[in-house]
Write a protein that binds this ligand. Structure first.
Ligand code: GDP
Ligand code: MG
Length: 448
């Protein structure tokens, strides 16, 4: 993966004060290749790479991450930022209904998405109404009606017998859209999803229709649906729709199969609009709320390790980490006090389970992970607190009678004390290995 390649590129740079231009160039080449492999549009790759380069050059080589990890981190941060940063939720109207309009080329996946989004919103307790404004493509209305039925969501359509007193509107999508919204207001639907027509290519007439619908219904969200497989064309299509209808968010469709997600980056980079959802198959449930950080990982094939690094940076107690790092340098022993301090750090960082599962090569089996219970940290604390200060720094002292005393003192069975000591000795070994191998100081030593 890119992250492996970057880390390898920088293997020998430890101890340098600052990265040089030559150091960074090799990396930049790797990043460029990875982005092109992921189908990111060429101009986007170019500008992305130059930003990363700029940041990497100013970088001071840190104590805790090697330069490769640092650059990976920059690439990731930059990706996440361009992809919209935080996950962006639907902007709900203060006075319902919230009006959501869909736009995009024909075949992009709008009508399919309409059904999925309706189902998703319904599952969140909303009462959506679907509105069929694609009056161009034969069967488009029927297709939406089928999707609505599957989702258990009603469809407003300009067909005789299907809907209400507004049905004289047949034919003009702008009027149908307006009437659909009125219908929703009258029947107290809190969300309206307006499906529209697309064409095979960007053309003025389609764009005008979309813009007219937008003007007529004044939507709270205009979602631009784009086929992730579109590749290099993503930039032009997105730009045209951004200018034509000024969308508020993006939906990536067909993000199943071979799509590598580069379109996401292309679209958000040129329009500055966030991706909000992803469509990942033909089924109604093949739908995901879009998470920029996960997509960044997908583009870089890095998995969750970056999340781990970030969490570590955010919630790790700096002093504690430095103290731990100094212990490595001084080759001091790792004590039970340290072990307990690590456990408490890990708990501060969030779910222990998640942490452990993200740790590469963590000395823990899947089964152990499933059995792990965070309340164990409390019991570990109780056990360690029942030891004398001397025992805590010299665990070798802990013979059978001392263990029995500690078990009584902390209200646990002596087997738990034994288990803790077993874990502790594993952690101790791991810390030793990290100290000699240059791992991240202050990382937890496989606490289960
Ligand atoms: P529209 O013209 O924008 O309304 O596009 P449709 O919703 O009619 O979708 C066009 C085709 O793409 C249909 O055959 C859909 O089943 C298919 N499709 C839509 N979304 C997805 C998706 O996320 N994954 C896959 N594999 N197919 C999809
Ligand atoms: Mg359609």
């Amino acid at each position: 993966s890119l992250s492996d390649r970057l880390t390898a590129t920088f293997k020998n740079l430890r101890g340098k004060g600052r990265l040089t231009e030559a150091d960074v160039d090799g990396t930049v080449r790797e990043i460029r290749r990875a982005l092109l492999d992921a189908d990111v549009a060429v101009p986007v790759v170019r500008s992305f790479v130059s930003r990363v380069k700029e940041r990497a050059l100013g970088l001071e080589v840190s104590q805790s991450l090697n330069p490769g990890q640092q650059v990976v981190k920059i690439v990731n941060e930059q990706l996440v930022e361009i992809l919209g940063g935080q996950t962006r939720r639907i902007n709900l109207a203060k006075n319902p209904p919230t009006v959501i309009m869909l736009a995009g080329l024909q075949g992009a996946g709008k009508t399919t998405l309409a059904g999925k989004l309706a189902k998703h919103l319904k599952s969140e307790g909303h009462t959506p109404l679907l509105v069929a404004c694609d009056l161009q493509r034969p069967n488009a209305v029927k297709q939406l009606q089928i999707n609505g039925e599957r989702a258990g969501v009603p469809v407003y359509a300009p067909h005789p017998g299907v809907s209400s007193e507004f049905e004289e509107a047949t034919g003009d999508p702008v009027v149908v859209a307006g009437n659909g919204v009125s219908e929703a207001r009258q029947k107290q639907h809190d969300v309206v999803i307006v499906d529209t027509a697309g064409r095979l290519g960007v053309d003025e007439e389609m764009m005008k229709q979309a813009a007219d619908i937008r003007a007529a219904i004044n939507p709270h969200e205009v979602l631009f649906v784009i086929d992730s497989m579109i590749g290099q064309d993503a930039v032009n299509t997105a730009q045209a729709f951004n200018e034509g209808v000024d969308f508020t968010g993006v939906v990536l469709s067909k993000l199943d199969g071979d799509a590598r997600g580069g379109a996401a980056l292309s679209v958000t980079h040129v329009t500055g609009k966030p991706v909000m959802f992803a469509s990942t198959g033909e089924g109604l449930d093949d739908f995901e709320v879009f998470h920029p950080d996960r997509m960044a990982g997908r583009i870089l094939e890095m998995g969750d390790i970056l999340t781990l690094i970030e969490q570590a940076e955010k919630s790790w107690d700096k002093d504690e980490a430095e103290r731990m790092a100094q212990k490595f340098v001084d080759q001091e022993d790792f004590t039970l006090e340290d072990f307990l301090a690590q456990m408490q750090q890990v708990r501060k960082m969030g779910s222990m389970k998640k942490m452990l599962s993200m740790m590469p090569g963590a000395a823990i089996s899947k089964q152990q992970l499933e059995q792990f219970d965070e309340s164990q940290i409390d019991r570990i604390e109780a056990i360690v607190r029942s030891m004398t200060p001397h025992e805590r720094v010299a665990p070798k002292l802990l013979n059978g009678s001392r263990r029995a005393r500690i078990a009584r003192g902390s209200g646990v069975h002596v087997s738990e004390v034994n288990q803790l000591m077993e874990r502790f000795s594993q952690a101790q070994k791991m810390m030793k290995k990290m100290a000699s191998g240059g791992g991240m100081p202050g990382m937890p030593g496989g606490g289960a």
